[in-house]
Write a protein that binds this ligand. Structure first.
Ligand SMILES: [Zn+2]
Length: 313
């Protein structure tokens, strides 16, 4: 199969591209996600039609949707950010654009993009961890995307870390993403700066002296400058991430963990302490071969390229 279209549907924007077999994005478009869930389907179809106008020989479409997608890659069971429930997205898009279409979870699509064309390309078994506002993930085992019996595998951000811990957006308490995400990093910065304004001086300076609204960018900038308190925030984040990776290694034994998402844009500042923490928590001692821990290389293109490639398989 030659060219396909990949669509990455987010809560705020829909990004789409024409992708070739090597994962190169030849053309792209981007529109805001309409507030009305029914209009969102039309907006996705319009983006596909626009791209098809430029490349009339595209053969199929892959759509990465932010929610649970059934194993048949057809129906969005639940997408809280778009208010879809049992949305027959495949059928509705095919009706509008007249191209074979598959639907996949957005994080799975991004994982597949990194696996095929990015940081996971040299490996057979990979777990992608996207560290953004929350934690997302995608699992590739023996060269195949692991969807699970019901299509909803890889929701690793909601692994329970702390019994009766912090309330999560999913309604449960103590999920991993409450401790190992960008939102958690922000909390670590705010708490530390408020508790110790002397050591928190640099982070406070970057936010006009206000601890309560310190953001990730302030913590990252201070950490990059070598500020000890900001580095402690990163260490705490990395400690939680390494714990989770150790659990995932116990379950899936991947050859590589790929760190993606907005927080991973800080590069070695995140990767190095996560690798150290993983080493501390992983079971098996010196007899266990260690998975590599590496940074995603495709950024926001992973979702588009991955969804487009999944339309081929
Ligand atoms: Zn949760």
């Amino acid at each position: 199969m030659g060219l396909t279209i990949g669509v990455d549907v987010g809560g705020t924007k829909i990004a789409a591209g024409v992708v070739d077999e090597q994962g190169a994005i030849l053309a792209r478009t981007r529109v805001p996600t309409p507030a009305d869930p029914q209009w969102a389907v039309g907006a996705i179809a319009d983006a596909i039609k626009e791209l098809r106008g430029q490349y009339p020989d595209v053969e199929a479409v892959g759509v990465g949707a932010p929610g649970y997608v059934d194993r048949a890659r057809s129906t969005v069971l639940m997408a809280p950010n778009i208010d879809w429930e049992n949305e027959p997205l495949k059928v509705r898009i095919e009706d509008l654009v007249d191209l074979p279409t598959v639907i996949e979870n957005d994080a799975n699509s991004a994982a597949w993009g990194e696996f095929r064309f990015g940081a996971g390309a040299e490996y057979e078994d990979m777990v992608l961890i996207t560290v953004g506002t929350g934690i997302g993930g995608g699992i590739v085992l023996d060269g195949r995307l692991h969807r699970g019996a019901f299509g909803v595998a890889g929701e690793i951000g909601h692994i329970n870390m702390i019994p009766d811990g912090l309330l999560c957006g999913c309604g449960k308490h103590g999920c991993w993403e409450q401790y190992g995400s960008g939102r958690a990093l922000r909390r670590y910065g705010r708490e530390r700066a408020a508790a110790d304004p002397v050591r928190g001086k640099r982070m406070l300076e970057l936010n006009e002296g206000v601890a309560e609204t310190i953001r990730g960018v302030h913590i990252t900038q201070a950490a990059e400058e070598g500020d000890p308190l900001a580095l402690e925030c990163y260490d705490e984040l990395a400690d939680w991430l390494g714990r989770g990776l150790a659990d995932l290694a116990a379950s899936f034994d991947p050859s590589v963990f790929v760190l993606g998402g907005g927080v991973a844009d800080s590069g070695e500042l995140l990767r190095a302490p996560v690798a150290k923490s993983f080493e501390k928590y992983v079971v098996g001692g010196p007899h266990r071969p260690r998975a590599d821990i590496t940074l995603a290389t495709m950024g926001s293109e992973a979702g588009i390229a991955g969804a487009a490639d999944l339309a081929r398989v």
